[in-house]
Design a protein around this ligand. Structure first.
Ligand SMILES: Cc1cc2nc3c(=O)[nH]c(=O)nc-3n(C[C@H](O)[C@H](O)[C@H](O)COP(=O)(O)OP(=O)(O)OC[C@H]3O[C@@H](n4cnc5c(N)ncnc54)[C@H](O)[C@@H]3O)c2cc1C
Length: 397
């Protein structure tokens, strides 16, 4: 059956971008979809061969400038990749997605010319990955005040503490560590970002166990035991690390929204297909029941609405005029609507929706991450409320 999302995208993006989306979607259909069940049942991460194939397609360099061997695209290309790969698997989509929107983006935005030359070409080709080290066991939403510390020792800095939930840690060459450097500074100016090699003495990575979402994506804990780095490891300006992280997250949130919309697109196609083939009561398809049709229509309306908003916001982002709250709103709403409707979609399909091979349960689990990842929706709503209620000065206290 045709994909409903294709017909909407045709009205929203130019021909070149549509061909790009179709190319990545065809790759996902041919190379990823047939592998998924086995990988899930064997609890395996994205295999090295498929990582290489995604690298060969240029997916790790989409928003990186051509002078650094990237594709020279923008956030729109990333979002289209999220839609195309996320339709089958958030895990596969987030691997190049986090590598670019969280891994290489801070370097593009704040890296020195030397840092860019040293790393961006390899990142663009998918030969290496950077991890975004913001979250910690004791610091999630309250990320501005990290417990990981960096203290000066002569010409070096010494890092101590632990990061967690680090996407792509398994394959990473470096982690961008957000560390406390100036505890007495004013809020937002207490931390610095450091580029730390994963093989530096004192860095210990372990894959987080027991995770029931994004099962093929690597999620690591990274501990730092007296890790020494030089001044040249600083990314951006000293004590302005939070700005590096927060600016990066705006694009990342649009990417996460693309995963939620991809799940909606998958659910719509799955339900309308199943509603026409599954027969009950006098051998007639369940799609003749109006209460089943309601869900098909709700999914279709939500897909068109969310996609329209996402593409519009992403174009504004690429023009440099999307506000921070706007990016947050798109993520909050797309993830809320998609996860709500996913349960409806599963219910109208009945028991078969419980099976892994049917695909909806995977999306149901993975959509949870779109609600808490890159800023929990409830915490983000506090940020969204801030400019709406300007007279309440301590809204975030
Ligand atoms: C699969 C996965 C991958 C991830 N990848 C990365 C990564 O690559 N790099 C990285 O740095 N992080 C990553 N994260 C971490 C993610 O960004 C955090 O989970 C998120 O920021 C929320 O932090 P927390 O889970 O510690 O929740 P907490 O901060 O403990 O919050 C728990 C809940 O309290 C409520 N709450 C908290 N603050 C507020 C507030 N201000 N207003 C209202 N309600 C509030 C919300 O309901 C929130 O969900 C990942 C997470 C997951 C699950």
């Amino acid at each position: 059956m045709d994909r409903r999302i294709d017909s909407y995208l045709k009205q929203m993006i130019d021909e070149d971008r549509l061909s790009f989306f179709e190319e990545v979607a065809a790759f996902a259909q041919k190379r990823i979809a047939p592998e998924l069940l086995t990988l899930e049942r064997e609890h395996r991460l994205v295999p090295d061969g498929l990582l290489r194939e995604m690298g060969d397609l240029g997916l790790f360099g989409l928003p990186i400038e051509a002078e650094y061997e990237g594709q020279g695209g923008g956030q729109l290309e990333l979002v289209l990749m999220g839609l195309a790969l996320g339709y089958h698997s958030h895990s596969f989509a987030i691997t190049p997605g986090a590598a670019t929107s969280l891994g290489s983006k801070p370097l593009q935005l704040y890296g020195s010319p030397e840092q860019k030359r040293a790393h961006l070409p390899d990142l663009a080709r998918g030969r290496r990955m950077f991890v975004f080290g913001l979250s910690e066991p004791g610091r999630g939403s309250d990320a501005a005040n990290p417990e990981v510390t960096a203290t000066k020792d002569g010409s070096h800095w010494v890092l101590r503490g632990e990061k967690c939930w680090s996407t792509n840690a398994r394959w990473a060459s470096h982690v961008i560590v957000h560390a406390l450097t100036n505890p007495d500074g004013r809020p937002g100016y207490r931390s610095t970002c450091f580029l730390v090699p994963m093989d530096a003495p004192g860095v210990n990575y372990s894959e987080m166990s027991g995770k029931l979402v994004w099962q093929q994506s690597s999620t690591g804990s990274i501990a730092f035991q007296n890790v020494r780095v030089s001044e040249s490891a600083i990314l951006g300006r000293p004590n302005e690390g939070f700005k590096v992280m927060v600016t990066t997250l705006n694009g990342g949130r649009l990417f996460v929204a693309s995963l939620a919309v991809a799940s909606l697109a998958f659910a719509l196609d799955r339900v309308r297909h199943y509603a026409q083939e599954r027969v009950q009561f006098q051998d007639k398809p369940i799609g003749r029941f109006q209460r089943v049709q309601d869900v098909v229509v709700d999914l279709d309306i939500a897909l068109e609405q969310s996609l329209t908003w996402l593409i519009h916001a992403t174009k504004l982002f690429d023009q440099g005029v999307l506000g921070r709250e706007q990016a947050a709103k798109v993520k909050v709403e797309c993830s809320r609507v998609a996860s709500h409707l996913m349960l409806e979609a599963m219910e109208v399909c009945g028991g078969v929706a419980c099976l892994d091979e049917f695909g909806l349960m995977r999306h149901h689990a993975d959509l949870f991450v779109t609600r808490v990842g890159e800023g929990s929706n409830r915490a983000l709503k506090t940020q969204i409320a801030q400019p709406l209620l300007p007279n309440i000065k301590d809204l975030l206290d």
